[in-house]
Structures are given as structure tokens and as C-alpha cells.
Design a protein around this ligand. Structure first.
Ligand SMILES: Cc1cc2ncn([C@H]3O[C@H](COP(=O)(O)O)[C@@H](O)[C@H]3O)c2cc1C
Ligand SMILES: O=C(O)c1cccnc1
Length: 348
């Protein structure tokens, strides 16, 4: 038996044990619905029928995008920095929702236009002052892309020491629905049209213009066929942004370390798709928090054959959906660990 098939077999055994455990709980069989499927998933991630996932945290990766020069967003890049400051002050949307969930939030500067002053909740992992304009040239150099992936993996390494087992991946970056759309299109093969939406707001030049710019960007990049890993790297390098690439690197390491990856909205899902393309199997650790109102998000979730936990028509990003989903994940964990068993036989 190969190591891989051995691992698969023990995962199947554990899944059976988890399902038996859930059947034996003090409830009608199956009555906790999709919470039971979630419990099986986190039991498999935690490697136990009574997993202890430790602390939850949300990381907000921030970066700026050169492609904003092409009129693809309704807001100027300075807004990235404004929101980043609110995240540090605890007053951004994600902070408020995370507070309701009792979850801490940290900001990762992956490459905003300008640095922020040092702060306890700020991880300075700046690769550059924003990406280049991908409509005209690659968003980043080979070295920058490799450094962003590595910085992401290194961020995850610290989480183990802090006993963080549930990580929400949020982002801020004016222009990043364009970068995410490009990355997702290139990695899934889904039609670009289905992945172009208003983002933070319809740009003044309209959605057809945004589509045209992104279509031109794909033509300009002319990504050649290659091995999956090389091509994924080139897709990330060509389209960016630093926050998406760093997030993807962090997710690959989180999966390898057995953490629950809480994927947020459209951009975070593009990051997860990149992570899966880099390290197949990463997606097994992903819990999809919600379906964003950004139209391309439903298309991506359908492509991945995953069902998100929530659908609240939110389209903020930042990790806002992840914040709301974390208590549900915690509930599934505690249900496995603390809920009583009903003695006797249980109907099938
Ligand atoms: C005030 C404000 C707060 C935000 N928080 C997250 N986003 C979200 O919108 C941006 C992406 O949309 P686009 O590609 O259309 O620029 C990202 O910053 C994303 O996190 C925000 C956007 C704005 C304007
Ligand atoms: O789905 C998201 O995460 C999203 C949608 C629009 C703008 N920013 C983020």
C-alpha cells in the first residue's frame, strides 16, 4: 500500500467513525442536517472524533492593484489604506462582525501602496508598493510572486505556536475583484463574463469596460500551457495581487498543518482555487463561509461543487462572511465533543 492510499484508507475509517458518533448523539438521526456534514469535515481535519480546533483568527490580507489605472473599479486605491486603518482600529466591517463572534482580526500588509505605522495587529509583509498594471505588463516579477507565496506560508507557521486551528482569510484591495476574476478564470476555465461583476460598485465606465480590460489583460499575458504548478505560478504572477498570492500560500501551509481554512467571498475563493492548484488537497480543509452577492462567486462555488454555510447577500469581503461562519464551525466542533449520546439502538 502506498503512503497516500494508506492515508486515504484511515480517513475513510475516521469518516465512518465520525458518522457513527453523530448517529449515536442524543437527537433524531440526521436532525442536525448540514451541521453534521460540517462536523465530519472538521473531524477529518482535526484527525479525531472529538476534535479540539483551538483558537480562531481572521487574517485580512491587504494589497493594491496597478490595474485600477484602467478604470475597473468605482473607488480610488487610497480607500485600501483607509479600510486597513479601520481594521487596525477595530472599526472596519470585519472587526464588528468578528467581535460578535468573539474572533480576533489581524492585518497583513502584503503590498499596499504605502506602508502603515507599526501596530500590534499589523504584520508587515510588504512585497512592493502595489502591483504593476496587469493590462500592460505582469502584475509582479517572478521573485515577487515567489516571495509572496513564501511570506504566506511563513505567516501560517506562526499560527501553530498560537494554537490557532481555525483561520478565516479576508482581504482588502481596491481593484481586487479584477485580479480575482482573472486568476479564477485562468485556473477554472470558467467564462470571463461570468466572473466579471460590480465588485465594490459598478465602475463609472461600466461593466462592459471592466470586462474588456480584463479580456485585454488575458490576451496580453498570453499564458502558455505548462505543468499545472508552473502555470498556476505564472497566472498568479501575471494577474496578482499580492494579497491573493500571499493568502494562497498561507492556505497551502494551513492545510498541511491541519487547520480549518475558512474561505470568505469571491476574492478569498479565488485564493483558495489558487491554493488548490498549487497543492492539490488543500480544498479538503476549506469551509466555504458564504455565497457573496458578487455574481462570479456563485459560479466559482458551483465549479468547486461546494455548498457555502450562509447566503446573506453580503458583498463586502474583508473576511466578513468568515466571521459569521466561525461560530457555526465552532458549534459543529462542540457538538462532536460535548453532546450526549443516546443509549440503545438508533434507526438507520
Ligand atoms: C469602503 C470599502 C470597504 C471595503 N471593504 C472591502 N472592500 C472590497 O472591495 C474591494 C474590491 O472591489 P473592487 O474590485 O470593485 O475595487 C476590495 O477592497 C474588497 O475587499 C471594500 C470596498 C470599499 C469601497
Ligand atoms: O465577495 C467578496 O468577497 C467581495 C465582493 C465585492 C467586493 N469585495 C469583496
Amino acid at each position: 500500500m502506498t503512503v497516500q492510499s494508506g492515508v486515504k484508507q484511515s480517513q475513510t475509517l475516521l469518516a465512518d467513525e465520525l458518522r457513527a458518533r453523530l448517529r449515536g448523539k442524543a437527537k433524531p438521526v440526521g436532525s442536525l442536517g448540514r451541521l453534521e456534514d460540517l462536523a465530519v469535515q472538521i473531524g477529518l481535519i482535526g484527525g479525531s472524533t472529538s476534535p479540539d480546533l483551538g483558537i480562531a483568527k481572521i487574517l485580512v490580507f491587504a494589497g493594491d492593484h496597478g490595474i485600477t489605472a484602467e478604470g475597473v473599479t468605482a473607488y480610488p486605491s487610497v480607500v485600501t489604506r483607509e479600510i486597513a486603518k479601520f481594521v487596525l482600529a477595530g472599526t472596519a466591517g470585519v472587526n464588528v462582525l468578528a467581535r460578535a463572534a468573539g474572533v480576533g482580526v489581524e492585518l497583513v500588509d502584503a503590498g499596499m501602496l504605502e506602508p502603515l505605522p507599526p501596530h500590534d495587529l499589523l504584520l508587515d509583509r510588504r512585497i512592493a508598493s502595489g502591483t504593476k498594471n496587469a493590462r500592460r505588463e505582469p502584475a509582479m516579477s517572478i521573485e515577487e510572486c515567489a516571495a509572496a507565496l513564501e511570506a504566506g506560508r511563513a505567516i501560517d507557521a506562526h499560527l501553530g505556536a498560537e494554537n490557532v486551528g481555525i483561520v478565516g482569510y479576508g482581504e482588502i484591495g481596491i481593484g481586487n475583484t479584477s485580479a480575482a476574476g482573472l486568476v479564477a478564470h485562468a485556473l477554472t476555465g470558467l467564462g470571463l463574463k461570468s466572473l466579471v461583476g460590480p465588485g465594490a460598485g459598478t465602475p463609472a465606465l461600466g461593466l462592459d469596460h471592466k470586462y474588456q480590460v480584463l479580456s485585454d489583460t488575458i490576451d496580453r499575458a498570453a499564458i502558455a500551457p505548462s505543468t499545472s504548478e508552473k502555470r498556476t505560478f505564472e497566472v498568479l504572477r501575471q494577474f496578482g495581487g499580492f494579497e491573493i498570492v500571499m493568502m494562497a500560500g498561507a492556505m497551502t501551509a494551513a492545510a498541511a498543518a491541519g487547520r480549518v481554512i475558512v474561505v470568505d467571498g469571491f476574492i478569498s475563493t479565488a485564493g483558495a482555487i489558487a491554493a488548490e492548484a498549487l497543492v492539490p488537497g488543500t480544498i479538503d480543509n476549506c469551509v466555504f463561509a458564504h455565497c457573496s452577492a458578487e455574481p462570479g462567486h456563485a459560479a466559482l462555488l458551483k465549479h468547486l461543487s461546494v455548498k457555502p454555510l450562509l447566503e446573506l447577500e453580503m458583498r463586502l469581503g474583508e473576511g466578513s462572511g468568515a466571521a459569521l461562519a466561525i461560530p457555526i464551525i465552532r458549534a459543529a466542533e462542540l457538538m462532536l465533543r460535548e453532546m450526549a449520546d443516546l443509549p440503545g439502538e438508533h434507526p438507520e
